[in-house]
Structure formats: C-alpha cells, structure tokens
Design a protein around this ligand. Structure first.
Ligand code: ADP
Length: 964
C-alpha cells in the first residue's frame, strides 16, 4: 500500500491519484521503450516488488518465458491502436512463483505509451484447472475399458492441467498384499528416466513410501520436498533428477483402498488442500470405475462360461439323439426279424389258432415299432432337431389314403369312419405330407381307440386362402368316451393320459398328442380339443400349407359325360350321405339321398323309365335290408340301372356275391374320391361289364415280373435269412455276403442286377463300399443299382446314402411291399434307360428274354409269333392315335393308348407301358400338352420295342438269352 498524506487530498488530480493507489487491480503506464512509466500500489501488493524495482527493468522480464512471445505481440497490437480486452499471462512474483494476470490495455492517440489494467486471477484459474482435470479424468473413465488403458490418459490430463511433471498409478495386489505400479507418465520436458524406471519396477508395502502411507491412512498426503523426507525410498533418485514436491491420494471404493495415485513436481509447492480435496473425489470416481470394469470383465467371463456350457449341452443333446438313433437301430434289428419272420410265417398254411397267435405277435411288433418311432420323434422335437420335409403332394389323396389305412381298425369295432374334405379345396399343395399324415393318424387313431359305438369323422375345411398359402382347419370328431374338462389341457403334454392308472383299459404312451401338437405348431397352426364326457370329442387343428402355381385341372371329358347323372345314394349313416352328396354335386351329378333299403326301393319305383336313376350307390351294412338285398332287387327289376356297393369290411366272399348280383363296382370305405369317380366312369361306360374291384394293394407274395440276380450285403444272420427268404419268394436269385469288402469282391467276380446294401456292417460299411464300387465303375461305364437297407431312422440318413452313390433307400424292418417297389423301380430304370449290352439284357426296351420265355412256357416260336402280331397291331394303334390328334378326338387317343398299354405289357416294356398310361390319362383329362409329350415318349419307346422284337425274331432259337 502506498503512503498516504494525513490529509485528504483535494481536487480532481488528487482524487485520481488516490483512486490509483487504492485500486486492487494492477494499473500501469508502459512506454514504447519497454519500461513502465508508472505503476500503482497494487503491483507491490500482488507481486511483492518495490516500485523502484518495477520501474527500472524492462517489463517483459516479469513475464513467464513461455508467455513472452504472445505478450509482445499483444503489446504491439495495442501500440497500433487495438484495444486489449482479455489477455492472460503469467507474471513472476518476487518469491519466484508466477501469478496469472488478466489484462485490459489501450494506447492514447500519440501512442507513445499505453495504459494497462491487470487483475490477479491465479485462484480463479486454479479452480478452473481443477475442474478441467476432474472433467478430463471423467471423460477418460467413461471411454476406457480397463484401468490399464485408462491410467496413462488420467496421468497425462492431471499432469498437464495442474502442471505436475510426473504421475504414477498404483494398484493394490490383494493376494500379495502390496501396491504394484500400473503406469507412470511424465511431461516430455521432464528428465526423469531413472525415477520412472525404478517406479515402474517397484512395489510398496503398507506404510512404506508415499504410496504405502496413502494406502495405510486411506487419505491424501502432501510432501513439500521428498528429497528431505525420511520415509521416501526413492529420495536419492528424486534428488538426482530434481523432483521435490509430491502428493498422493487413494483410489477408494466404499472406504477400501484399491490403489494410489501420486504426482511430483520439480518445484517446492505448498500443500494445496483444495487440490487434494478435489482429487480425492477423483480417487473415488476411479474406484467406481474399477468396480464397474471388474464387473464387466466378470460378466464377460460368465458369458464365455455360459457359451461353453451351452456348447457342452448341445453336444450332450447331440449325443442323446445319436444314442437314440443307435438304440433304435439296436431295437429295430431284432424287430426286423420278428416282423419279417411273422409276415413270412403268416404266408404259410396255418391252423386258425396259429394264425391268431402270429397275428397277435405282428400287431404287438407293429405297436412296438410305433412306440420306438414316437420316442425318436419326441426326442428330436425336444432337441429342436425336427425339420419338416416339404414337397408337392395331393392333399385329398393323402388324407383319404390315410383315413383308409385306419379303416380296418374302425370296421373291426363296427364304427363308421368317414372323411369329409371340402370339395373345392386345391388338390396340389406344398408341405410335409408324411407329418400331416402322422397327425391325422394320431387323432383318428385315438378317436377309434376311445370310441366303442358310433362314428369317427375327419373334416377338413378352408379357413382362408391366398395365392401363396392355404390355411386349413381340420377336426376329428368321435362319439366316444370323451375327456373330462380338467384334463383337456394336460393331455397335450408328453406322457399325459386321462387315465394313468396301471389298470387302464386303453393302451398308449401319452406321446401322440404332444408330438402332433408340436408338428402342428411347426406347420404354423394350433391344436385344441372340445369334449363332453360320454358324448365324444372333437380334436381341432389348423395348418398352413403353401400353394405352388400349377396348371388348373382341366375339366375332364369323362366328367362332362357324367353331368346331371341321376344317382341314388343309399346309406343309413347321415354323415356318409352328406359327404357323398357333396362329392357328387361337386361333379355336377344329381344325387338323391335315402337312408334305407326300403326307401331306396320306393324311390326307384317312383321314377319312370325316362327319368330313372342311372346308378345306385349302395351301402352294404344297413339295418333291416342290407345292400346286397337291394342290389338283388335292382338286378331283378331294374336291369338298366348300374349299382356300386360301398362296404366297410372287405370280405373275400363279398366279391363273389357282387359278381353274382351283377354289381358294377365294389368300394371299400372310407371312399377315395378318385376311386369313386373311376368306379362311376367304369360302370357308366357301355363296354365294361366286368366287375371292377377297387381296393388297396395287398401284401400278397406274388413273384415280381422278372427274376433278378441280387447281391445281399448284410452282417446280421437273422436279417440275412429273412431278406433272402423274401427275395427268393419274390422269385429272385440271392447271393449273400457279410460286409462291404466281400460285396466289392463279389461284384468284381460276378454280374448282379441289384445290390441290397446294409449300411452298418463290420470291416467296411455300406457307404464306403458303395463309394468304392462307384469309383471303379467310373472306368467301366457300368452302373449297378444299389439300394440301402438301414435301421437308422435319423434325418439325413437317406441323403447320406444317396450321396454315397446309392440309388434307393429302404428302412428296416424291411416290409415286403417296400422291397417289391424298390425292386420294381430298379427294373423300371433298367428297362427304360439301359443301352444294349449292359448287364444281362441285350434288349433295350423289353424285359429279359428268360422271363419273356417263362411267360410262354419256354415256347420261343410262340413268343416270336406274338411279337409279330404286336408289331402289326402297334402300328395300327399308332395310326389311330395320330388320327385322333388330327380329328381332335381325345377318346380315340385314349382307347388306342389303353390298348397299347396292355399289349406292350406282354413284353415287359415298362417304359413304353408308362408312356402309354401317361397318354391315356392325359387324353382322359383332355390335357393336350400332356398328350403331345406322352405321345412323343411313347413313339420313341415303341420304336425301341420294335427294334428289340425284330431282333428277337431274328435271334437263333437255341440262344435262350443273350449275354453280351
Ligand atoms: P396315447 O393315446 O398314446 O395315450 P395321446 O397323447 O395320443 O397318447 O393321448 C393322450 C390321452 O388323451 C389319451 O391317453 C387319452 O386319455 C386322451 N385322448 C386322446 N384322444 C382322445 C379321444 N378321441 N377321446 C378320448 N380321450 C382321448
């Protein structure tokens, strides 16, 4: 403070002088020569110099060396007439420290000097820096993933903003009980190489050195000069490298020390409590950060563990389904023998008692197989390994065939079984027919099982349809025992049954509905039930099927002839009557419905000869007067009227009875629409007087068309015997080998028409053997058909077999029908595509000579004669077909194709026969495009047959067969 005169000065000058001296800001007049001309008392108060000291040295000496350049350029601008509004620099005070000063300055017009006012903002700047330091640490912590990555950035921001030269982060190693250096950092200008190296490699125990003391007290510590501190082990190095002041603060979490931060400065600095307080807050912030990152790391570790646990679980599931596949293989192999041997035994003469026993064995074996399949399905669904196998299929046929499969069971219990499919549903749909069938079998099967009297009906109707999808509603109704309300939900769960007592009346596993419900879900639908105890149940489900674009079905010629056909339907069951009515009306026929034989007779009587019925559809089983009795009346009284009988139980004697009664057709219920249609067409065509009997294929042991030489590769002796017995019974020659290796050797030694290859065999399995056979065929150009036989039933088996080069696939237990159709496929392929000289047959299109000769009891002349006849007749038929095309007469084409179909069959020309059949069908449907295509194939095939047959007539009679 300046000295005052005891008396208050008077006048403006004195006032200005007093103002200057009392002002708290630094005020000065600086000359263009670089010296102050005048300074006020504040200069002495703030910086500690005397006025003398200030006025006798260039003012730039007071400015921090780093700020001088900027200060000079600012002063120059002021001399040029600019005004300084806000300019900061650091000025040296007498005690060696620097003060931050904020300046305003302006020069008068003559610019010989300038006036400047400065305010000491050191404290303000310090607060700002502290905040800035805290802010930058916060930012680092927000972005860094771990303390290791955050540490260098934290140290740098604190050192730079608060002007400390060196900083270190220490972390507590809880296991060893010591502090370890995480990171040390220094400003580039600091020469602290040794101090940094030693710090990096050191650890500190509790209470030792700066970090150890911070840890022990869990509190910040300030040391004015470490070189003079007696608990600072790094003191000699600090002295060497010129470090003096230091402070440290703890990284705290809930009062617990996790680490320590320390900073060093080359200056000696007074303890700064504000700084310590603020940085302690930063320490807690870092503590929370460590906690968070550790939690995140733990979470990541947990996620990794979870991932590997998931993998283990998946492998276990895979192992489980493999185990199931193997188990099912193990169970199926003996089952194979049981089912097959029983089928064989049933084909031999038996007493009725023996037949009953064997039938029971077969039924039980079939039930066991169903159970195994169910378990396999269930485990696949459980393991979410279940996929639908989608393809195009005929909806109506599939459903009707499925229901028909269950007919014997229903008829055995004297139940009516029917199938009511909304008539205008599209036939061709895209979905998984096998699984749809499985659902229907389960529901209809259950309905039959739980119903003792009355009827079981499958209804199918459209919920909605777009161009791409068809949403269907199915329901199966029965008049059975019903399900109590409280059980109606649980039965859809696995192994749940209404009656779970051991003494229950109905068999089953309780798996069917849960599998069906899961399948329905896979098909985009839901399943539910409505039921009343002792009244019956309705199981509903919906599924979504895809619609793939296909040609609209042409309205067939045959049906055009049948439009308005008056038909009398006689059936006592109302549901059946309704179904028939809907079907017939849909075909634009004119059905009249009655419910008994008596009503039928009076309806017939009511009509005059001009408007009489053309056809009567007659249910066989009716109370009072059965179908046969009505048919008899019709035969006797109404000779022009055709009749078709519908029966539930196809007894052999029925056929004879029908023949006797002059019945035109005989159909087994549930009726398939396509068969009913064919039966009506046949009945109504004038030429066909023969009785047509439509029924599903039986498993009779008729030999198949030609004897093949078959190699059977199978390791299980029971299966060997079984398969060879079946094959021999079918009229083939069988050679048996035990494994893939033997199969290869045998094929090299002999020619075979077909190989049946077990997949699992010792030494060399079927897949490997097949690949080896295919590889060797690459040189010879041959291709021997190989059909897999496997007890594996897992998805992908089939693909694996086909990929290895097999041509077909049979799953064990081998069923006679499946085996026959596999063999038939092979025969068909052989006769269709086999060039001359391949295999045993020197003919391209017709069957093997031995077989053809067999059919005429070895009479070669007769065969040649037949061939000649055929050559003449086929030419005639081909001409008729061509004429038919010219005249646009499809019926003509159909007839000729039909004739050809029959006649080429004599020579086992299957490809030609198929083509003729195709032509016949497309002609029947009026499908011109199909007709043309089929005719082209047919002409080619007929050419081949002709070539073969002319070769046959030329061939020497003794040859008896031709080996190339
Ligand atoms: P399963 O028939 O093998 O026992 P499902 O899962 O197919 O197994 O059926 C579970 C149970 O639901 C049956 O045991 C039966 O109690 C009941 N149930 C199913 N369908 C019917 C039905 N149509 N009428 C009465 N009860 C039925």
């Amino acid at each position: 403070m300046s000295a005052h005169s005891p008396l208050r000065p008077t006048g403006p000058d004195a006032e200005v002088a007093e103002l200057l001296d009392l002002a708290l800001d630094l005020i000065c007049v600086a000359g263009s020569d670089g010296f102050f001309k005048r300074v006020n008392n504040a200069w002495t108060d703030v910086l500690g110099y005397t006025k003398e000291e200030l006025l006798t040295q260039p003012w730039i000496n007071l400015v921090h060396p780093d700020d001088r350049e900027l200060t000079i350029s600012e002063a120059t601008k002021v001399f040029q007439g600019y005004k300084t509004m806000r300019f900061r620099n650091r000025c040296l005070s007498k005690n060696g420290s620097y003060r931050w000063i904020l300046w305003t300055a302006a020069a008068p017009a003559d610019r010989q000097f300038f006036y400047a006012t400065g305010r000491d903002i050191t404290e303000l700047k310090r607060d700002e820096d502290l905040l800035l330091a805290q802010y930058s640490v916060t930012r680092v912590l927000a972005e860094a993933p771990s303390l290791y990555e955050a540490a260098p950035h934290i140290l740098k921001s604190i050192c730079e903003t608060l002007e400390w030269a060196v900083g270190t982060v220490w972390q507590l190693d809880k296991n060893r009980g010591l502090l370890r250096c995480v990171e040390t950092w220094h400003i580039p200008s600091a020469k602290v190489a040794e101090f940094s190296a030693v710090t990096r490699s050191r650890t500190f125990d509790r209470g030792i050195g700066l970090p150890g003391r911070v840890w022990e007290n869990a509190d910040a510590l300030w040391i004015e000069d470490v070189t003079k501190d007696n608990n600072f082990p790094r003191a000699p190095i600090a002295l060497n490298e010129g470090l003096h002041s230091a402070f440290g603060f703890p990284i705290l979490l809930g009062g617990e020390v996790l680490g320590v931060l320390e900073f060093f400065s080359p200056q000696i600095r007074q303890p700064d409590t504000k700084l310590l307080k603020l940085l302690s807050a930063v320490g807690s912030q870092i503590g929370q950060f460590i906690e968070r990152t550790e939690a995140e790391a733990a979470l990541r570790l947990y996620a990794r563990e979870l991932e590997s646990a998931k993998q283990v679980a998946e492998e276990a599931t895979k192992a489980k389904s493999e185990f199931l596949a193997n188990m099912s293989h193990e169970i199926r192999t003996p089952m194979n023998a049981i089912v097959g041997m029983t089928e064989l035994a049933l084909g031999t003469p038996l007493t009725s008692e023996q037949r009953e026993y064997l039938s029971t064995i077969k039924d039980s074996a079939d039930a066991l197989l169903t159970l195994i399949n169910d378990l396999l399905d269930f485990s696949k669904i459980e393991a979410r390994k279940f996929e639908l196998d989608k393809r195009n299929f005929n909806l109506r046929d599939t459903l009707e065939d499925t229901v028909r499969l269950l007919a014997p069971r229903a008829h055995h219990k004297e139940l009516e079984l029917g199938c009511h499919i909304q008539t205008d549903l599209p036939d061709r749909v895209f979905g998984d027919p096998i699984r749809l069938r499985q659902i229907v079998i389960n529901l209809v099967g259950n309905a039959i099982k739980f119903t003792d009297k009355g009827e079981v009906m499958l209804h199918v109707e459209r919920r909605s349809q777009s161009e791409q999808v068809l949403d269907l509603h199915f329901f199966v109704s029965d008049t059975g025992i019903g399900i109590p309300e409280e059980k109606q939900q649980t039965i859809f769960e696995a192994f749940e049954q209404v009656d779970s007592s051991t003494t229950r009346k109905y068999g089953g596993t309780g798996l069917g509905l849960s599998i069906s419900a899961a399948l329905v879900k896979l098909m985009g639908g839901t399943m539910w039930v409505e039921s009343k105890v002792r009244q019956g149940s309705r199981f509903h489900f919906t599924v979504v099927l895809e619609l793939k674009k296909s040609e609209p079905e042409p309205f067939s010629k045959e049906s055009r002839k049948l439009i308005d056909l008056p038909i009398l339907v006689v059936d006592d069951n109302a549901s059946n009557r309704r179904i028939l009515q809907e079907i017939l009306t849909n075909w634009q026929m004119e059905p009249t419905l009655v419910k008994s034989g008596a009503e039928a007779l009076s309806a017939l009587q009511d009509r005059t000869s001009t408007d009489s019925f053309a056809l009567v559809l007659l249910d066989v089983h009716m109370p009072d007067m059965d179908g046969f009795a009505v048919a008899e009346q019709i035969r006797d009284k109404y000779q022009g009227i055709k009749s078709i009988l519908l029966t539930s139980a196809g007894r052999p004697s029925d056929v004879a009875r029908c023949r006797e009664l002059g019945v035109s057709g005989y159909l087994t219920k549930p009726i398939k629409q396509s068969e009913l249609f064919d039966a009506i067409v046949t009945a109504m065509s004038e030429h066909t007087q023969d009785l047509v009997r439509h029924e599903s294929a039986s498993t009779s042991m008729r030999p198949s068309s030609s004897a093949l030489r078959i190699l059977l590769a199978e390791d299980n002796p029971v299966n060997q015997t079984l398969a060879s017995r079946i094959l021999e019974k079918l009229g083939h020659n069988v050679q048996v080998v035990n494994n893939g290796k033997e199969a290869i050797e045998q094929i090299q030694a002999e020619d075979f028409d077909l190989v049946l290859m077990d997949v699992q065999m010792p030494e060399m399995d079927g897949l490997e053997a097949t690949m080896a056979i295919r590889a060797s065929e690459a040189n010879t150009g041959k291709h021997i058909p190989i059909v897999a036989m496997t007890a594996h039933a897992m998805k992908g088996d089939r693909e694996r077999c086909l990929n290895s080069g097999m041509d077909g696939y049979l799953s064990k237990p081998i069923r006679i029908e499946e085996l026959k159709s596999a063999i038939y496929d092979v025969e068909k392929k052989q006769t269709a595509g086999q060039p001359c000289g391949q295999g045993q047959n020197s003919f391209r299109a017709i069957g093997r000579i031995e077989v053809l000769l067999d059919a005429v009891m070895g009479d070669r002349d007769l065969l040649v004669e037949m061939a000649e006849l055929w050559l003449a007749d086929s030419a005639k038929q081909l001409t008729l077909i061509k004429d038919g095309f010219e005249l646009g007469d499809a019926t003509m084409i159909q007839r000729a194709a039909h004739a050809l179909k029959g006649s080429v069959g004599t020579f086992q020309a299957t490809a030609a026969q198929d083509a003729a059949k195709e032509l016949e069908l497309s002609a029947r449907d009026g499908d011109l495009h199909g007709m043309k295509k089929a005719f082209e194939t047919l002409s080619n095939q007929i050419d081949f047959v002709r070539q073969d047959l002319s070769q046959l007539s030329r061939a020497p009679a003794a040859d008896g067969g031709s080996k190339p």
